[in-house]
Write a protein that binds this ligand. Sequence first.
Ligand code: URA
Length: 273
Amino acid sequence: MTHAFCPGYPPPYDALVTDYPGDDIYPPAAFRVEWGPIFHRGRLDGSARLLVVGQDPATEEDVARRILVGVAGQRTQGLMTKLGITRSYVMVNTFLYSVAGQSGGTQHQHDQGIIDYRHRWLDLLATNNSFDAVITLGTLAASAYATWSATPTGAAHQPHLAQLIHPTYPESASASGSGTLAQDMKKLLDNWNSGLPALAAALTHPDQPQDTTPYGATFTPADLTPIPDMDLPPGLPEWMHSPGVWARRTGTTPNDKRATLTVVVPADQRAWV
Ligand code: URA
């Protein structure tokens, strides 16, 4: 059996992964710079028709070294499946490093060094692809994309824009006491449902037929799509593509927790048992 894999960073993107901002631009008090930058996911060969702008990498992304591979990624991948986009996409995040607490992201969203590097990515992606649509996930991504849209290159590239609620908003909002998980899930899925028709109409070059059946009250297993082999570095085990949480920050103190990622092979993937 052969396996597809992400071939890495061809020119002109190689320059962006050779020369990227460190802790002089991303303050370690606000960003988990110790886990390294995580740059993108998806096509860098000019074939992307959909650009997705996420927020910041989480735990699974720190391990897989590609963005949007955990729960948020699988919800997003499921949304793209509905839109018929199964390979013609590319994703970047607002922040190169994981945010250590949401306030760090808000506090540093206007930092010029962070913006300048993100604009280098957006400029190259816009000029090397023919995007039919852009999806921003969450308010920080919407604002980041709006800032770039106001630049000369951004103004020259204006595909259909869908500013959607972030895929893990229900978990974060309900954990911070803003509604119940069920209420926040409905808010997310109502928002995604309202974006589907215009996105489907704008994406005139789908990879497979679209099926914009609206989401129900919550995500079902059928609404999640595993991350394809072609998006991940070679050799990643099957379970790193699949729905489910397999990496967590663990530790008894905040410092230990920040320094420790625990990766667990899911119970149903333990071939040795
Ligand atoms: N992981 C990412 O890479 N981006 C998000 O916005 C959320 C999770």
